[in-house]
Design a protein around this ligand. Structure first.
Ligand SMILES: NC(=O)C1=CN([C@@H]2O[C@H](COP(=O)(O)OP(=O)(O)OC[C@H]3O[C@@H](n4cnc5c(N)ncnc54)[C@H](OP(=O)(O)O)[C@@H]3O)[C@@H](O)[C@H]2O)C=CC1
Ligand SMILES: CC(C)(CO)C(=O)C(=O)O
Length: 304
């Protein structure tokens, strides 16, 4: 399958780079600055297991070369609007689009732009970032991608998409319950994101501080209550994953926390703003999550 990754940052660069390295037909839609870095240094992935470099095919918005079978969307929520315009020439009648963004708002935007027959759901679990050289750094051994049709149907394109997104180097999961998977990921990330950004520390640091473990447990309980009220109560596996991570003593972070401490833009509206709004819709009290959203909104205003 001719596959286009939109964005070659931490997530797109990691999963697309691994697939390119495994010989899959992968192209990256990038902006000119990123294209120069990839041309000069290659796409380097630094992981706990070592370093890999690939020299992938890239296009920019003005050189998109026709329709792709599969598009993996890997930009931040605040870059979505422009990315949807830039990728439009790559969308054909049978294109499948798999987003890796956190939150849920991009689902409506994708369906609105390209139709429900092309917009699928997607999630990724990884802790990754770009370093000062523009190399992708995978910080832990976690690397999993999930995808599937939003209506949970056995779409005939699923086996081919699965094959296109499967490489030897990461876990790849086709799913017939992708909306539930995305909600569970949202609960997980909103909890980790709210806790780490409000407390300005890693999960391990929070749990080592007085009151920290109680705080983490309250944040997680609020997040699970929102999902339950919205009709997506986390399943047992998701509950235990969240509970074990939020009470961890390890230096776990979230992409939003890493962005915050680097002074970069944060996805506060898409990850916490929409989540808090969902709570209000269902009259679920969420004082901890609201406080985290307020704090991030102040940060966002002050940096603009
Ligand atoms: N990092 C992580 O550990 C995880 C992140 N996520 C989620 O994945 C999503 C992507 O995050 P992440 O990969 O970390 O973000 P990054 O900022 O690392 O990468 C995003 C990339 O998108 C590129 N981009 C933005 N607009 C366009 C455009 N119009 N055309 C082409 N490229 C564009 C940026 O390029 P440029 O260099 O030009 O700015 C940047 O390299 C987010 O929603 C995040 O929450 C999910 C799980 C884990
Ligand atoms: C919580 C985590 C690390 C899981 O992939 C994540 O999605 C993020 O930090 O954006």
């Amino acid at each position: 399958m001719r596959t286009l990754f939109v964005g070659a940052g931490a997530t797109g660069g990691y999963f697309g780079g691994r697939l390119a390295s495994a010989g899959k037909d992968v192209t990256f839609l990038v902006r000119p600055g990123r294209q120069t870095v990839l041309q000069q240094r290659g796409l380097r992935i630094k992981s706990p297991d070592g370093e890999t470099v690939v020299h992938p095919r890239t296009v920019t918005a003005d050189t998109v070369d026709g329709a792709y079978d599969l598009i993996v969307l890997a930009v931040k929520s605040y870059a979505l609007e422009q990315a949807l315009l830039d990728m439009a020439p790559a969308v054909g009648p049978d294109t499948v689009i798999v987003p890796l963004l956190n939150g849920m708002r991009h689902v409506d935007e994708l369906e609105g732009a390209f139709g429900p027959e092309r917009a699928w759901g997607g999630v990724c679990m990884i802790q990754a970032t770009l370093d000062d050289d523009g190399d992708v750094v995978q910080m832990t051994g976690l690397h999993r991608i999930g995808y599937g049709p939003l209506d949970g149907s056995e779409d005939p394109r699923l086996p081919e998409v699965t094959s296109a997104l499967s490489g030897p180097e990461f876990d790849s999961n086709p799913s017939l319950s992708i909306v539930q998977d995305m909600w569970e990921k949202w609960v997980f990330l909103a909890s980790l994101g709210a806790a780490t950004t409000l407390m300005r520390g890693t999960v391990g640091e929070i749990n080592a501080a007085p009151g920290g473990s109680d705080f983490g447990a309250r944040v997680a309980a609020e997040a699970m209550a929102i999902a339950a009220a919205a009709g997506h109560p986390p399943r047992a596996g998701a509950v235990s994953l969240l509970q074990s991570n939020i009470s961890s003593t390890a230096p776990l972070t979230s992409s939003m926390y890493r962005d915050l401490i680097q002074g970069a833009p944060v996805e506060a509206d898409a990850i916490l703003g929409d989540f808090v709004a969902e709570a209000a819709k269902h009259d679920v009290p969420v004082p901890m999550l609201s406080a985290a959203y307020t704090a991030l909104s102040i940060y966002a205003t002050n940096r603009s």
